[in-house]
Design a protein around this ligand. Sequence first.
Ligand code: SAM
Ligand code: DTB
Ligand code: SF4
Length: 344
Amino acid sequence: MTASTWTIAKVLSLYEKPFMDLLWQAQQIHRQHHDPQKIQLSSLLSIKTGGCPEDCSYCPQSSKYTTPVENDPLLDVETVLAAAQSAKNNGAQRFCMGAAWRSPTEKQVDQVIKLVQAVKGLGLETCVTLGMLKDGQAERLKAAGLDYYNHNLDTSEDFYKEIISTRTYQDRLDTLDRVQQSGLKSCVGGIVGLGESREQRARFIIQLANRTPYPDSVPINQLVRVQGTPLENNTELDEFEFIRTIAIARITMPTSAVRLSAGRSTMSDATQALCLMAGANSVFYGDQLLTTGNPQFEADQALFKRLNLHTTQPLQPSLACNNKEDYTQTVKRCGQARALAEEL
Ligand code: SAM
Ligand code: DTB
Ligand code: SF4
């Protein structure tokens, strides 16, 4: 194995470590690159809800399934600004806007650009997740001032086909290439608890960690089982397996922000604290995710106080690259971080 490549054997050996040793390793790496008392807060808003033509088996917004979610039009600037202002007043640093699209049209990108510019005007970082991008669209979003693009790989390539049939893994990778080449910061993660095996979880982590550069931000979602979706009756994953996955994301992507994402509503405070001890240093913050619930602002504020966590602006210099020199530096930084991680 070269210093820059995670193999299935190496990642599986992390999964098989005694839990306490794994957490200790993750904590050491975490503290080399991050302040353990700091947490990054991103608020989410669904700007275009429901009616999506894709068939992602986990998603309540797919038009293929009958779920409690309705098909609503794109929100207007005033509505989005009010939500962003409220997120900012509550202490969020980033505002993430999600649309239930397979792939936006040029006109839809224009509409989103107006929203991004308005939210940036409040002094918040911005992130959008709009589905697959065509050539030139990432550049247009970057030029408009967008900071992050979220586009999840969700799981391993071999398991992907069992979860989604309306697009391929390669489609997702192509959009990620467009995002990273445009200089946008990338937010790329997935869902744990879809019914994947441990080996498939390891393959999913490898897909993220072996990207050069690996993502700036890595959301790890626990499946939210929504009535009407094909996965509504999935067996719940053991919580320690979820925490292991967070720890392994931290070890394999040392400088990224690892986000404890969907699923917090059903987690105890102690489980969330363990996720943060395992190397998560970011959460989705606000009463709603996209269409499902999240802990109330007040509950999170109380939790952060009890855990002595403070918020930060921005967590780490970007791994995104705007030109060739940046790219060389970024590759070097990823390589150095990985080498350090492997020494432990
Ligand atoms: N339509 C766009 C796309 O799929 O890229 C953007 C929105 S989509 C809802 C964003 C992400 O939310 C998905 O990639 C998936 O990781 C996550 N997600 C959706 N439904 C979820 C669920 N029930 N539980 C956990 N995560 C979920
Ligand atoms: C991500 O990885 N998780 C967020 C965000 N990116 C867009 C979405 C979670 C959605 C959970 C189900 C729902 O609320 O609809
Ligand atoms: Fe559509 Fe995104 Fe939901 Fe898939 S995850 S059905 S693409 S909104």
